[in-house]
Design a protein around this ligand. Sequence first.
Ligand code: GLU
Length: 468
Amino acid sequence: MVRTRIAPSPTGSDLHIGNLYTALINWVWARKNNGQFIVRIEDTDRTRLVEGSEKNILNSLDSFGLTPDEGTRNGGPYAPYRQSERLNIYHEYTKELLANKHAYYCFCTQERLSILREQQQKEKKQPKYDRHCLSLTEREIAEKLNNKIPYVVRLRVPEGETTITDVIRGSITIQNNILDDQVLLKSDGYPTYHLAVVIDDHLMKITHIIRGEEWLSSTPKHVILYKAFGWELPIFAHSPILRNPDKSKLSKRKNPVWASWYLAQGYLPETVLNYFALMGWSHPQQKEIFSLEEFIQVFELKDLQPVGPVFDVTKLEWMNGMYIRTLKTEKVTIKIVEYEKKYNKREVDPILVEKTIPLIRERIKKLSDYWTLCSFFFQKPDSYEVNLTDKKEVLKDVTNEIDKVNTWNATSIGTHMEKIAQKHGLSNSAFFMMLRVAVTGKKISPPLNESMELLGKDVCSTRIKAFC
Ligand code: GLU
């Protein structure tokens, strides 16, 4: 039975796009193997909690269709799935580690620790706890505990070396003497990430730990803990970290990092997931566009490449346009109507939207482009990109000519309008640009004759008359 998980910390306003990527890989791996995908909330760093974060993270996962099988919302056999509700579990296991001498109490003050650190820095030594408290006797420990001296519990890193096996990166061995005696239980009674993650992944029967590369350096400590508890190791896979086009780490400054931003911009969830699928992995037939179903079929964890793939919003935008183009008109209509309602609180008439789709299908890349391109179909332009005050005469002729158009369709509108251009000795491009601005407000718009047909004779006439 395959069980995967993501374990986000609710320390940001929403799901980080990098975590959405990891969520996809975990979700797909679970689906492929008829397993389960779990979301566990790691809220043990109480100083960094962000109000509303957990809710937004879970909502974003739902919006992208990566709803967990088990988690804080829908529960599951290993509940609770929020670490702050599992403190007694961590305390029990800490006792076990202490009893077996895999961990020890440390009563050192912050002051002592910072003096130690400074000294080590001066001596150009690796900053590491000096095991001062390891030599305390049972009696000294009991006394300090009795006197309520604040303490932490530290991992006693054993001698020797630790090897981790990673599906994507192969086997990595490190010497244990480079590891610090990691704090496992903090003085506030909360576990650190390292302790809680190992206990929970074990108790929740996680078989595959698929997470970002940034956690690779923590893994030896986790392996030591698994061994200290005598637990079977899960399979590790550290996925590559997404990078900006300049190869730097995805950061808020260079790329929008919150998953919900992409939805608010009108990227389709299926596009984002398809684009993510291509991060560090390529389709066996080099396809760029494929469904999630197909990805589940052909994806293999071992084929993920460890080098940081580039997350390029321009490419994503191109792909989103491709997706929109392949959707049936009714589908695009629904998406636009819903998008406008949700993000712009605007009710747009679906019948009119549907009629406009053929005119903009080739141009629209994101749902948010729709209103920029098409607002003039729904309302009179509120501004004009070119000043038309000196075009009164020509525009007057245009309105007269409009009256003469018997069959109001794009072809005959075009023929009639060209006549006016000729009459005034204007090139078609100069003339139609002026007309375009008068009708749509913009220098660039969907095809003008077709747009005028859709707007109807009266609306066009009224809009142009306003300039005469
Ligand atoms: N709480 C960690 C995070 O914020 C989880 C890392 C892991 O997957 O082990 O991403």
